[in-house]
Design a protein around this ligand. Structure first.
Ligand SMILES: *Cc1c(COP(=O)(O)O)cnc(C)c1O
Length: 369
C-alpha cells in the first residue's frame, strides 16, 4: 500500500499530467500571463456550471469574501454575523473593513451555523450574514434566506469548502454559492476545485452587484484608468485559470470519489460507540472537503493514527471568540465542544479502497484496545 496522505495533490496531477502540462505550456507560449483568454473562458464555464449570471475570478478565497463585503456599501460598525467555528478568513475580512464580526454558535451535529441563534443575534445593525458551508455540506439556505429577506440582510455564502455541492432551495436543487446574494469560493490547492497556487471566485445573479464586484476586484475601474469605486488588485493568473479549466471538467467525478471514501468510512465506523460520524442533512448534498468525526480521547487517537502512518488533522482547534485577535465574551458551547472533539481523516480523490479500509479500521481498532 502506498503511503497515505491527508491530501494527494501529486497523485491527482499525475493522472491528468498531459492535459495540465499542455494547458500550462499554452499560457507560457502566448505569454498572456494576466487576463489571458483562459481567464475569460473559465469565467463563462464557471457561470455555466453554477447556473449563475456573473462569475468574477479573483486572487484567493479571502479576497473573494473581502470584495463581496466591499460591494455592499456597509458603514463602519455595521454588524456581520459569522459562525464561531470556521476558518479565520471569514472573520478577518469583516474586521479589516472596520465592520463588527458577530460570532454565532454552530449546531453540534452538522457543524453549521445554528439558524435559531442567528435569529436571536440579529439587531438593527446587522447588515450581512456569512454562512460557511463547512467541510463540504451547506447551511439550510432556504431557511436562512427567509430570515434574511424578512430582516433585509445580505447573505454572502462562504463556499470555499463546498464547491460542487447542491442546495435545496424553494423545492429546487441549486449549486452551492449561488443562493445567497453573493457566493465566494477558494481555489487553494487542497480545496475540492483547487489550482496550483492561489485563486478564488465570486458568484452572483444580481446584475448591479455583478458589475460592482468586477469593478472592485479591478482597482475600482470598469474602464481602464477611470475609477468609480475604491478597489483592490485581485486577479486570477492565466496559468491558474488554464489549470482550473481542466479540473472543472472533472469536479463532479472528484466529488464522487470523496463521497465514495466517506461512504466507506461511514460503514466501518457507524457502530463504534466512541465515535460520531458526520451527519448528512436533507437540504444539501455533501462533497466532503473534510471527513470529520467527533470522538472521545481525540488527541490520543491522533497520536495513534500517526504511529500507524495515518495523517489526521484538527479543523479547527480554537473558535473565533477564543482567538487573541478577536476575543469576545459569550456562550459558545457547541463550538467549544467541537474544538476538542473533532478530527478529520485523510480525504482526497486518490485514496484507494484499501487505504480507506485501513484508515477506518485503524480508527476502530483504537477504541477496541
Ligand atoms: C480556504 C478557506 C477560505 C480562504 O480561502 P483562501 O483562498 O485560502 O484565501 C475562506 N473560508 C473558508 C471556510 C476556507 O476553508
Amino acid at each position: 500500500m502506498d503511503p497515505i496522505q491527508m491530501v494527494d495533490l501529486k497523485g491527482q496531477y499525475l493522472n491528468i499530467k498531459e492535459e495540465i502540462d499542455t494547458a500550462i505550456q499554452q499560457v507560457i507560449d502566448s505569454s498572456a500571463f494576466i487576463n489571458g483568454p483562459q481567464v475569460r473562458e473559465l469565467k463563462s464555464e464557471l457561470s455555466k456550471y453554477q447556473s449563475c449570471k456573473h462569475t468574477i475570478p479573483c486572487a484567493n478565497g479571502t479576497d473573494a469574501l473581502q470584495i463581496a463585503l466591499m460591494a455592499l456599501d456597509l458603514q463602519p460598525g455595521d454588524e456581520v454575523i459569522v459562525p464561531d467555528f470556521t476558518f479565520i478568513a471569514t472573520a478577518e475580512v469583516i474586521a479589516l473593513l472596520k465592520l463588527k464580526p458577530v460570532f454565532v454558535d454552530v449546531d453540534r451535529d452538522t457543524f453549521l451555523l445554528d439558524l435559531q441563534k442567528v435569529r436571536e443575534s440579529v439587531t438593527n445593525k446587522t447588515k450581512a450574514i456569512i454562512p460557511v458551508h463547512l467541510y463540504g455540506q451547506c447551511v439550510d439556505m432556504h431557511e436562512l434566506m427567509n430570515l434574511a429577506t424578512e430582516r433585509n440582510i445580505y447573505v454572502i455564502e462562504d463556499n470555499a469548502q463546498a464547491f460542487g455541492a447542491d442546495i435545496l432551495f424553494n423545492g429546487e436543487w441549486k449549486k452551492s454559492g449561488t443562493v445567497g446574494h453573493i457566493g465566494c469560493t477558494s481555489f487553494f490547492p487542497s480545496k475540492n476545485l483547487g489550482c496550483y497556487g492561489d485563486g478564488g471566485a465570486i458568484f452572483t445573479n444580481d446584475n448591479k452587484l455583478g458589475e460592482k464586484l468586477a469593478s472592485i476586484a479591478n482597482h475600482g475601474a470598469k474602464v481602464k484608468y477611470y475609477h468609480d469605486d475604491i478597489g483592490v488588485n485581485s486577479r486570477l493568473d492565466t496559468i491558474q485559470a488554464a489549470i482550473l479549466k481542466v479540473k472543472l471538467n472533472k469536479i463532479d467525478e472528484y466529488n464522487q470519489a470523496r463521497q465514495k471514501a466517506a461512504q466507506v468510512y461511514d460503514e466501518v465506523l457507524a457502530e463504534c460507540k466512541s465515535i460520531i460520524i458526520p451527519r448528512r442533512v436533507e437540504f444539501s448534498t455533501h462533497v466532503f472537503h473534510q471527513y470529520t468525526l467527533k470522538v472521545q480521547e481525540r488527541d490520543k487517537l491522533k497520536d495513534y493514527l500517526n504511529e500507524k502512518s495515518i495523517p489526521a488533522m484538527i479543523y479547527y482547534p480554537v473558535g473565533m471568540h477564543n482567538q487573541h485577535a478577536y476575543k469576545t465574551s459569550g456562550e459558545f458551547q457547541n463550538s467549544d465542544y467541537l474544538c476538542n472533539a473533532v478530527i478529520s481523516l485523510p480525504m482526497h480523490t486518490e485514496l484507494t479502497f484499501e487505504q480507506q479500509l485501513y484508515i477506518a479500521n485503524t480508527v476502530k481498532e483504537f477504541y477496541k484496545k
